[in-house]
Design a protein around this ligand. Sequence first.
Ligand SMILES: [Zn+2]
Length: 138
Amino acid sequence: MSAGLKVQAARLAQAVPALREAYSQALARWVGDPVLRLLALPIITECYRSPERQDELYKQGRSKPGPIVTYKRGGESNHNKLPTPALDVAFLLPDGEVSWSGLLLSKFARLMKAADARVHWGGDWPKFKDRPHFEVVG
Ligand SMILES: [Zn+2]
């Protein structure tokens, strides 16, 4: 998992402007918070995703082992558009581990939604909860 600044900047550059702006604001508020900044650092794990990679992910939990991580086939996900209206977030912990903590993600979701009311969080979806997922609609 690469959390390097260049990789992070390259991933964010794939996002549509409204999502880029919302993420930048949320990240700035996170690292500006003396408590949150000590807990973990938000990182973008994926923004644009090729249709081929989407098809590979779709196989997981179906024809390949592992849990189901998506209900979208290649070309159907917002991640497959460029610029991309969706991005996935995780956290870099002080010990170097990567975390998908639901608590951290819900805290970050609050900052994302405060930054732009058009942000939708996958953790709010009624059926398949996709907590690392954020997207801007409309
Ligand atoms: Zn996603």
